[in-house]
Write a protein that binds this ligand. Structure first.
Ligand SMILES: NC(=O)c1ccc[n+]([C@@H]2O[C@H](COP(=O)([O-])OP(=O)(O)OC[C@H]3O[C@@H](n4cnc5c(N)ncnc54)[C@H](O)[C@@H]3O)[C@@H](O)[C@H]2O)c1
Length: 265
């Protein structure tokens, strides 16, 4: 299937690690021009050179904290200066630390809100400013299955991911007339296959602080497909939704890629 993503200008936030890395390498295999935005610049440079090896047409690494609108606007200016436009935005940055709500603090809530939701607002606002005048574009935001059903120890994170689902549907309705499609992918537990896939700012740096081996085994047993996700599973769904050639009539959708963890009718 030809996704017709060659030479498309694709911006991936949080491109340096795990899922964002796999998304970047997926677009690289399709021959896209890729802007890698991350706070972890050295690791993003490593992923960019892997992307070039796999067939990316070009790469541009931009140090950018998505919670800072000025930095996000500067990242878009850099993309437009170098490539003339941004065809696809992948809002991939996210962060969590698993704790029961009663153990969390207002400072923790604020960080979760900023990184998981305000970052998406900043990047989407900047993207629409570039895409709307061109009458085309695709935005794919990475949410979580924690947004679709209550998930213990992920209260604020799940709430912010649910906010993304709703926000993207509204943006899809407001911008369909401008030829812009907006969709959401909800991963379930998605583990790196190798330590080298994890950036220095990744929430997976210490995997055991997220799940003990026993918890992971229990999670895996409960999944209909009996296996956790891998980053390329998420990347495949993102590439599909980003492609006008194959998903040109798909907008405002929330797709779980989670081994069947949640099934929404
Ligand atoms: N891995 C999973 O099990 C899982 C499950 C559900 C949802 N998700 C979502 O998938 C996305 C990717 O998760 P992951 O597992 O690859 O995470 P990760 O922590 O491995 O990678 C996140 C990347 O974002 C970067 N980053 C963090 N804060 C940033 C900021 N403020 N500005 C710019 N860059 C920043 C980090 O440097 C890192 O490169 C996130 O939105 C996450 O919430 C992941």
């Amino acid at each position: 299937m030809d996704l017709q993503l060659a030479d498309k200008v694709v911006m991936v936030t949080g491109a340096a690690s795990n899922i964002g890395r796999a998304i970047t390498l997926g677009f690289a295999r399709e021959g896209a021009r890729i802007v890698l935005g991350d706070i972890d610049v050295p690791q993003a440079e490593t992923v960019a050179s892997q992307a070039m090896t796999l067939g990316a047409a070009s790469t541009e690494v931009v140090g950018c904290d998505v919670t800072r609108l000025d930095q996000v606007q500067a990242m878009f200016r850099r993309a437009v200066d170098r490539f003339g436009t941004v065809d696809v935005l992948v809002n991939n940055v996210g962060w969590d630390q698993l704790m029961f709500f009663t153990q969390t603090t207002p400072e923790f809530w604020e960080k979760i809100i900023q990184v998981n939701f305000v970052g998406v607002l900043n990047c989407t606002h900047a993207a629409l400013g570039v895409m709307a005048p061109k009458n085309r574009g695709a935005i794919v935001s990475i949410s979580s299955d924690a947004s679709r059903q209550g998930e213990p120890r992920e209260a604020v994170y799940g709430g912010m991911k649910a906010a993304i689902n709703s926000f993207m549907k509204t943006i899809a309705k407001e911008n369909g007339r401008n030829g812009i499609r907006c969709n959401v992918v909800c991963p379930g537990v998605t583990l790196p296959e190798d330590d080298e896939e994890v950036g220095t700012r990744s929430m997976w740096l210490n995997k055991d602080s997220m799940f003990t081996p026993e918890q992971l085994e229990k999670i895996t047993r409960a999944l209909p497909l009996k296996k956790v996700g891998r980053p390329r599973d998420i990347a495949n769904a993102v590439l599909f939704l980003a492609s006008d050639a194959v998903a040109g009539h798909v907008t405002g959708q929330v797709l779980s890629v989670s081994g069947g963890y949640s099934m929404v009718g």
